[in-house]
Design a protein around this ligand. Structure first.
Ligand code: PEP
Ligand code: MG
Length: 843
């Protein structure tokens, strides 16, 4: 070992220097996390102490690690116990994988807020890669940001730790009990323990892996409480390592852990459990055998063989991926599928992504390394923005990333050799995996990750495959071949189904198939109840292709065009002409006799639009969402009104405002619409209505009614805001039920107020697509049901089985019930009686 040029680390901020021994936190004072120094800050922007790459910035923004080109790794940790602030008070100025210069700002923090809400503001700078150093300033002295404070002695030619050979052994997945995941302190405890073994040890979270002996690598996994992790080890003491590290992880790696999670872990043991619950991503049921989906590990070497060659390799792979995605678009079975592959193609051209990759190529990295690092950094950025929807889009990015990476490495995806009747189980499926599933072999799937709004869920619905997501991670420990019953409607996976339940499921499926065929035959007939009351059944759409499909399936118009979905994956705003063309094409697909209800942009909450940048919000669902955002940026609304108005006359045009909670919002929007219509010389305004999805709007429906042409009830949001339960929360999914009498009472209030003023009411939330809900919605007086496209024939058929007077009586009865379960039970009872009556009539 020979020593070379020393490296000077700059003070990351101004403040009073303190020796680590004085830090009132044993994890730091004992140097468990690493050796270095502490500063009591007098400035509030944390800057890079050396040039290098951001190897990890924590989602919570309180810690960041920089690794320089010689492997020196420095961890900066602002304050003590600041992980508990969950990001509040911190603004991240860099992203994972980014190159930074010495002195470049990394994190801005609100010193007052942190001083008031965390244990201490003391900030640590630790050389976690372990090189020896000397401190250049005196204990207790005031140092200025960018002043050299540590001299690190670099050690040239140091031996890399020998990789242990041999087959890797894996633990079963276990759930992390730490309230804030493996942040600096527990990560240090784990890394320290792992270093005590000779075996090569990795910690895995889904498809990501980290060297378990590296504190920074563990932190970079950005784990959270409840995450399923696995440990693998290879080498002579692998078994002992796995046993010790499993115990340590379950104990919380030195942190006091929450007993609730420990209890859940016990309950979630698949050997003791017979039922696992998740959220319905796509309805239906299936009985089959478990097939665990495991992605192969790809080996990526960091350094390249020359910039020109590596650049050519990346370009070739990008072109091949482009062609493959084009082909997949062309043979996509549905508009939703095609749309997703088009979005993937856009990601391939994303300038920021390519810029990052090219930068890394210029630094001598291999094409595979550069591409992988760039997609990971962008994915982490999506994940870290605090939006469920963008986090789901990061799954798309991972998908595209893997596609290109495999092309660079020449790894061909061996077609899945699946047994018959497979029920796939995975941490997460990628959209392309989902789209390429063979419905003849795959009966359904179950994932730990994902949400009901993810692309994977959309694809599952398009393929007609039952699927549930948000299932406990213990599902990953089920053995291949285990026979399970998937009841996606109820969000349940039965692990030891009894023969009677299996038989019931088989008969149900058979009957559903027969019914579907009958419903399809009658799809074009109107939906008129047995006693002659007509209900309009329209479609919820997000594209022109879906509109076309809806007409083919008997849709009587579009009750909800989710306009934000038209451009959700775009990073550039569509031009006014492009917008106008889109609305006109959709209107033409419907023709002048059918309603087209265009909802203005419902951006914010779980639906960010890349080209409408918004500040991160603490409670996005309660923040600048829907009409609130559009009124803050009236230019956006004006432009959209203009584009929609261009399609006037091609269909029966209606404009609908989302998330209205105040009368003033309706009035302001109407004024803008009038101005735009006037500017275009239009004599007649199109119909203007609002969505009823906030309790204030439902309760004040009598005040809104005189000023609108129609209402459409968004039961998805109305349920979340009435019950105060996040609509995508996996653990609340069972309770956030639109059948709750509180939601039904608000629907009743809305309909009464609207009809008193001669206005019509639709329901466009998911409740309208539920067969079980049809009698109660009819009984409450709803005039239009706007449903997801494949369900149009089913809902129309169900209306034809109803008798309005019976429905009215049923509605009165269920409004008096106490809970959603009671409502469902009453409706099931009615459905069973109804089937008996129709059989008797037919017989
Ligand atoms: C709803 O909230 O019910 C609705 C139809 O709107 P979205 O699902 O698009 O929020
Ligand atoms: Mg809504």
């Amino acid at each position: 070992m020979t020593s070379s040029q020393p490296l000077e680390l700059l003070a990351p901020l101004s403040g009073v220097l303190l020796a680590l021994d004085k830090v009132p936190d044993p994890a730091f004072s004992s140097r468990l996390v690493g050796d270095g120094l502490c500063l009591d800050p007098t400035s509030s922007v944390l800057c890079a102490p050396l040039a290098g790459t951001v190897s990890n910035i924590q989602d919570s923004g309180h810690a960041v690690s920089i690794t320089d080109d010689q492997g020196v790794q420095v961890l900066l940790h602002v304050g003590l116990d600041t992980v508990n602030l969950a990001g509040k008070g911190f603004t991240r100025l860099v992203v994972d994988g980014q190159r930074v210069e010495a002195g470049q700002p990394l994190i801005e923090f609100d010193a007052d807020y942190i001083a008031l809400h965390a244990r201490s503001l003391l900030t640590l700078m630790l050389v976690v890669s372990g090189e020896p150093f000397t401190v250049l300033a005196d204990d207790g002295s005031l140092v200025q940001q960018a002043q050299p404070v540590l001299r690190v002695a670099l050690q040239a030619g140091e031996q890399q730790a020998q990789e242990e050979e041999g087959e890797a052994l894996f633990t079963r997945p276990l759930m992390l009990p730490n309230a804030n995941g493996l942040h600096a302190r527990p990560a240090a405890v784990l890394a320290q323990a792992a270093k005590g073994f000779k075996a090569s040890i990795c910690l895995h979270k889904g498809a990501e892996s980290a060297n378990a002996k590296s504190l920074v690598a563990i932190m970079a996994l950005q784990t959270s409480q409840g995450d399923a992790v696995q440990v693998s080890a290879a080498g002579e003491d692998a078994e002992a390592a796995l046993a010790a590290l499993t115990a340590l992880l379950l104990e919380g790696c030195g942190e006091v852990v929450n007993l609730v999670v420990e209890e859940q872990q016990v309950v979630a043991d698949p050997e003791q459990e017979t039922l696992l619950r998740g959220v319905c991503a796509s309805p239906g049921s299936a009985f089959g055998q478990v097939v665990q989906v495991v992605e192969p590990e790809l080996s990526i070497s960091e350094s390249g063989v020359g910039q020109a060659l590596e650049r050519a390799a990346l370009d070739r792979a990008l072109q091949a991926a482009e062609l493959a995605l084009q082909a997949m678009q062309a043979k996509a079975g549905s508009a939703a599928q095609a749309e997703i592959f088009r979005a993937h193609q856009e990601l391939l051209e994303d300038p920021t992504l390519l810029e990052q990759a090219h930068q890394l190529l210029a630094e001598g990295k291999s094409a595979a390394f550069a591409w992988n690092r760039a997609t990971q950094a962008t994915g982490a950025l999506f994940q870290g923005l605090g939006s469920a929807l963008l986090a789901e889009r990061s799954a798309d990015l991972t998908d595209v990333g893997q596609r290109v990476l495999k092309l660079i490495l020449g790894v061909t995806d061996s077609a899945w050799t699946l047994p018959e009747q497979a029920i796939l189980v995975a941490e997460q499926l990628t959209p392309s995996q989902t789209a390429s599933l063979d419905p003849d072999k795959v009966l359904g799937f179950v994932t730990v990750g994902g949400g009901a709004t993810s692309h994977v869920a959309i694809l599952a619905r398009a393929l007609g495959l039952p699927a549930i997501c948000g299932v406990p991670a213990s599902v990953l420990a089920l053995a291949d071949g285990t026979q399970v019953l998937l009841d996606a409607d109820k969000g349940e996976l039965h692990l030891s189904p009894d023969p009677a339940a299996i038989e019931r499921q088989r008969i149900d499926r058979q009957q559903q198939g027969l019914r579907r065929a009958q419903d399809l035959q009658q799809a074009q007939a109107p939906a008129i109840t047995r006693d002659g009351h007509r209900i309009e059944v329209t479609a919820n759409v997000a594209s022109q292709q879906e509109t076309q499909q809806s007409v083919e399936l008997g849709g009587e118009g579009v009750g909800l065009l989710r306009s934000e979905f038209l451009y959700l994956d775009r990073n550039r705003a569509p031009s006014p002409q492009e917008q106008a063309d889109t609305y006109s094409a959709i209107a033409q697909a419907l023709g002048p006799e059918r309603n087209l209800v265009v909802r203005t942009l419902d951006v914010g909450g779980d639906k960010p639009l890349a080209y409408v940048p918004m500040a991160a919000e603490q409670n996005p669902f309660l923040g600048l969402r829907g009409i609130r955002l559009c009124l803050e940026r009236p230019q956006l609304l004006r432009e959209q009104f203009r584009a929609i108005l261009a399609s006037a006359g091609q269909a029966r045009l209606h404009i609908m405002l989302p998330m209205v909670s105040l009368l003033s919002e309706l009035r302001q929007a109407r004024k803008i619409l009038q101005e735009e219509a006037h500017a275009l010389g239009l004599a007649n305004l199109p119909k203007l209505g609002i969505m009823i999805e906030v309790p204030s709007a439902a309760l004040m429906a009598d005040v809104f009614a005189p000023e609108v042409d129609f209402f459409s009830i968004g039961t998805n949001d109305l349920t979340q805001y009435t019950l105060a339960m996040d609509r995508d929360h996996p653990r609340l999914a069972g309770q956030a039920d639109s059948f709750h009498p509180a939601v039904l009472r608000l629907i009743a209030t809305t309909v009464k107020a609207a009809h008193a003023h001669g206005k019509w009411v639709g329901v466009c939330g998911a409740l309208a697509s539920e067969s079980l809900a049809v009698p109660v919605l009819l009984g409450l007086g709803v005039d239009e049901l706007s449903v997801s496209v494949p369900l149009i024939p089913t809902i129309k058929a169900r209306v034809r089985e109803m008798d309005l007077q019976d429905c009215q009586q049923l509605a009165r009865q269920v409004l008096g019930l106490e809970e959603a379960d009671q409502v469902r039970e009453a409706l099931r009872g009615y459905q069973a009686r109804d089937v008996e009556t129709s059989l008797a009539v037919e017989g």
